[in-house]
Design a protein around this ligand. Structure first.
Ligand SMILES: NC(=O)c1ccc[n+]([C@@H]2O[C@H](COP(=O)([O-])OP(=O)(O)OC[C@H]3O[C@@H](n4cnc5c(N)ncnc54)[C@H](O)[C@@H]3O)[C@@H](O)[C@H]2O)c1
Length: 318
């Protein structure tokens, strides 16, 4: 692959920081824009050029003009569904307006391709069939899901009007090292940290709800392949649903945790079962997930164990 300048927004966050590491290891020049609202400086690779800036700030224009990126990979976002319900305007400012500013600047500065992570776990709503493929009806049931969908449509529109190339990757539930264990979505990070600290994780509802858990390295593979090939929307998942109870039991085995879970009331509006048919991405860019749930959970536990012993990491696992 020929070396490029890649602008990664959200490059100090969970997924973005893994992406930055991989891009640098492949010889690309990487420019990161992150406002550190949920990202952590210690996640950020020191070989990246870093701008402590928001995607809604006017200064983004100068960053594009100075750095002249070939590829834009836009991982910065307001990522909380609950927060999006509490403050839909803030969600739209970052996820819709911020994305639009970015793709408009990409167009003005002759960027080759924009890569955008959307949310396969939310844009389809309650699935009519599983696994959901990309033809499944879109039915956002939260401001977050809607803002991701609107951003997807802006990318489609910019391709239609200006031929600005893009790939939208609709992720399942991504997990792995560096995920914030205090968010609402990172059930694996939350359970891992709680179990390692001898606390009792809470399972909301019966625990039989299923998600498509995908290890972060597999997601990064998809992002790298998408730089060269592919166009349009693709699911990024394992095509398999895993129940929260199974996650709990598997982690329990790896950690040798003694207790059972505590069950709490089901969360209102939560989708019951979803998984993503990702065969289209597989065919288009020869992508397939390599990391099994057991392997991914083992690596995640190792990371959180080490992080607990390293003071500089503790700021990232508040
Ligand atoms: N984690 C998942 O399971 C998942 C699933 C689907 C989609 N996604 C998408 O992947 C992307 C990354 O998610 P993550 O889980 O790594 O979350 P994260 O919170 O770890 O990363 C987001 C990063 O964006 C930065 N950021 C937030 N608002 C910003 C702004 N206005 N300007 C500049 N930087 C800003 C944060 O500081 C953080 O570093 C998001 O777009 C998210 O919607 C994640």
């Amino acid at each position: 692959m020929r070396p490029r300048t890649v602008l990664v927004t959200g490059g100090a966050g969970f997924i973005g920081s893994h992406l930055v590491d991989r891009l640098l290891s492949l010889g690309h020049r990487v420019v990161v824009v992150d406002d550190l609202s949920t990202g952590r400086l210690h996640n950020l690779n020191k070989n990246a050029t870093f701008y402590h800036s928001g995607v809604t700030y006017p200064g983004l224009k100068e960053i594009f003009e100075r750095e002249q990126p070939d590829i834009v990979n836009h991982h910065a976002a307001q990522i909380s569904v609950t927060q999006s319900v509490k403050d839909p305007i803030k969600d739209a400012e970052v996820n819709i307006q911020g994305t639009l500013r970015l793709i408009e600047l990409a167009r003005q500065n002759g960027v080759e391709k924009v890569i955008f992570p959307s949310s396969g776990g939310t844009v389809y709503g309650e699935p009519q069939y599983i696994p959901c493929d990309e033809k499944h009806p879109i039915n956002p049931i939260s401001p977050y899901a809607l803002s991701k969908r609107v951003a997807e449509e802006y990318l489609q529109l910019y391709y239609h009007i200006y031929r600005l190339d893009y790939v939208t990757l609709r992720y399942g539930n991504v997990y792995g090292p560096r995920q914030d264990p205090h968010g609402e979505a990172g059930v694996i990070a939350i359970f891992t940290k709680a179990m390692l600290e001898g606390q009792r994780p809470v399972i909301y509802g019966t625990g039989e709800q299923e998600r498509d858990f995908i290890y972060v390295d597999d997601v990064i593979d998809a992002n790298i392949l998408a730089m060269e090939e592919g166009h349009g929307e693709y699911n990024v998942g394992t095509s398999q649903g895993t129940s929260v109870n199974r996650v709990f039991e598997t982690l329990k085995g790896i950690i040798k945790y003694k207790w059972g879970p505590v069950y709490g009331p089901a969360r209102l509006g939560e989708i019951f079962k979803i998984c993503l048919d990702s065969s289209s991405l597989g065919k288009q860019v020869e992508w397939t997930p390599h990391i099994s749930l057991e392997e991914g959970l083992t690596r995640t536990v190792e990371y959180f164990r080490k992080a607990a012993q390293t003071p500089s990491h503790n700021e990232g696992v508040r």
